[in-house]
Design a protein around this ligand. Structure first.
Ligand SMILES: *[C@@H]1O[C@H](CO)[C@@H](O)[C@H](O)[C@H]1NC(C)=O
Ligand SMILES: *[C@@H]1O[C@H](CO)[C@@H](O)[C@H](O)[C@H]1NC(C)=O
Ligand SMILES: *[C@@H]1O[C@H](CO)[C@@H](O)[C@H](O)[C@H]1NC(C)=O
Ligand SMILES: *[C@@H]1O[C@H](CO)[C@@H](O)[C@H](O)[C@H]1NC(C)=O
Ligand SMILES: *[C@@H]1O[C@H](CO)[C@@H](O)[C@H](O)[C@H]1NC(C)=O
Ligand SMILES: *[C@@H]1O[C@H](CO)[C@@H](O)[C@H](O)[C@H]1NC(C)=O
Length: 385
């Protein structure tokens, strides 16, 4: 009897507890102002050891590696006009962008792209990196990541020990690794078609979204024809409702990983490197590409090898869970990343979202079934009295 009651209440709980928060817009990176709120790395790849030099803003602009195209979309590309000569140190120009704003628990990030870089040696990623402390103390979330001619995206969380993907989660993707503190992170492979590469571009691109909630981290991929109306019809000032999006590609509920403990405020990073520690690892490179990663791609003319090594982005939009207060001033809270990087100021509305409080819905969603049952029984008993 008790178990029947529990099941009944849990059914109710699932329908109520899993209702997602409504998210209100914070910022849109799009059109002619797309590049305004990012820092350009301006240094060689000293984190993944790819054979690239990430250009600064002035070079990126003058070399036409970043620009807004005729359709109003942001183009971010690898150099395909230089004939790179063999040398001791081999570099091709590329771009790494870091957002000046940070986004903490309670944030939602949506990227709508028409093209993601691909080709042998090419390693694009759109990810978030926790700021203020050494990696991975404040976490990392990999949203888009591809290498070479690999056709499917994979996502991952990176953390210090103690964060796992819970067993038996409801997601459409396939779990590859469940322990988020391993070198690879806790990985989920995308199973829907056209998530990367030529397939992504030919399908008209699509949307990736990541929800960073006290109840968990959830990541969706939608190919262009499958984008839910809620996102498709949204404009830069409208709220979105993640409960209308269906099952996510990857789900990392808080039952396996205490999100507020392992993830602090995150910067967004959009980058394309070449070869390096994953794409260029000989055994991995050979899975989808012939020859040698550096010698057969980076060295020599840039075209046609790097003609597809570009991002074309319609927008990146960021949101906060409805009910979360925009923090008043940065001085008493976590310093904004832009200050730490010593660059231009960022508006106070989003610069320290790390101190946001969970919304009531988010709290409700994180209540375990058994406790929810007790709450319902308690409220029921009170009403009978
Ligand atoms: C990479 O180089 C930049 C610029 O010199 C430096 O600020 C950063 O700390 C370096 N990162 C690593 C991981 O060495
Ligand atoms: C800018 O481009 C010039 C010419 O290619 C190069 O010498 C310089 O190192 C570049 N600067 C950066 C930060 O990459
Ligand atoms: C580039 O590629 C070569 C050859 O694979 C490699 O030895 C080197 O370490 C890479 N990095 C740089 C910066 O040249
Ligand atoms: C998770 O990975 C970390 C780092 O590799 C390791 O120390 C730990 O034992 C792993 N935990 C489990 C349960 O496998
Ligand atoms: C999760 O972590 C936060 C911050 O460290 C802590 O306050 C909270 O009690 C933790 N929740 C659980 C269920 O352990
Ligand atoms: C570089 O690639 C773009 C497409 O991304 C193409 O339009 C252009 O012609 C290429 N540049 C050269 C020099 O071939």
């Amino acid at each position: 009897m008790k178990s029947l009651l529990t099941s009944l209440f849990c059914l109710l709980c699932v329908s109520v507890c899993r209702v997602s928060a409504i998210y209100v817009p914070v910022r849109e990176y799009a059109g002619t102002s797309f590049f305004d709120k990012w820092d350009f790395y301006g240094f060689y790849d000293n984190t993944t050891w790819g054979n690239v030099t990430y250009q600064d803003r002035a070079n990126a602009t003058s070399k036409r590696l970043t620009y807004i195209n005729g359709a109003g979309n942001a183009i971010i590309k690898v150099d395909n006009t230089t004939n790179v000569a063999p040398a001791t140190l081999i570099y091709r120009d590329s771009i790494r962008l870091t957002s000046q704003d940070t986004y903490g628990v309670g944030s939602l990030i949506i990227i709508d792209a028409l093209h993601i870089p691909y080709g042998c040696s090419v390693w694009p990623s759109f990810w978030t990196l926790g700021v203020g402390k050494e990696w991975p103390l404040v976490g990392e979330i990999d949203i888009i990541e591809g290498i070479n001619l690999k056709a499917n995206n994979q996502v991952a969380l990176h953390s210090t020990p103690g964060c796992f993907q819970a067993q038996g989660v409801i997601q459409s993707g396939q779990t590859i690794e469940g322990n988020c503190s391993t070198d690879a992170g806790c990985i989920v492979g995308e199973t829907k078609p056209n998530s990367l590469g030529a397939g992504f571009a030919q399908a008209g691109g699509g949307v990736y979204a990541v929800q960073m909630d006290v109840a968990g981290v959830f990541i969706w991929f939608f190919s262009r024809p499958d984008i839910p109306d809620d996102i498709k019809n949204a404009n830069p000032s409208s709220s979105v409702d993640t409960s209308k999006w269906g099952t996510s590609s990857a789900a990392y509920p808080a039952t396996g990983c205490n999100i507020t403990q392992f993830f602090g405020p995150q910067q967004l990073i959009l980058v394309t490197t070449l070869c390096g520690g994953w794409a260029g690892e000989p055994g991995i490179y050979a899975q989808t590409c012939p020859g040698n990663c550096v010698a057969d791609n980076i060295i020599g003319p840039g075209s046609p090898k790097y003609d597809n090594a570009f991002w074309e982005i319609r927008y990146i939009r960021t949101y906060l869970a409805d009910g979360l207060q925009a923090p008043p001033a940065a001085s008493t809270t976590i310093p904004p990343s832009s200050t730490m990087q010593g660059s231009g100021s960022s508006s106070p509305d989003t610069s320290s979202t790390g101190n946001v409080r969970p919304s009531s819905w988010a709290v409700l969603r994180s209540v375990p079934c058994s406790e929810f049952l007790m709450i319902v029984v308690g409220v029921g008993a009170l009403m009978l009295l």
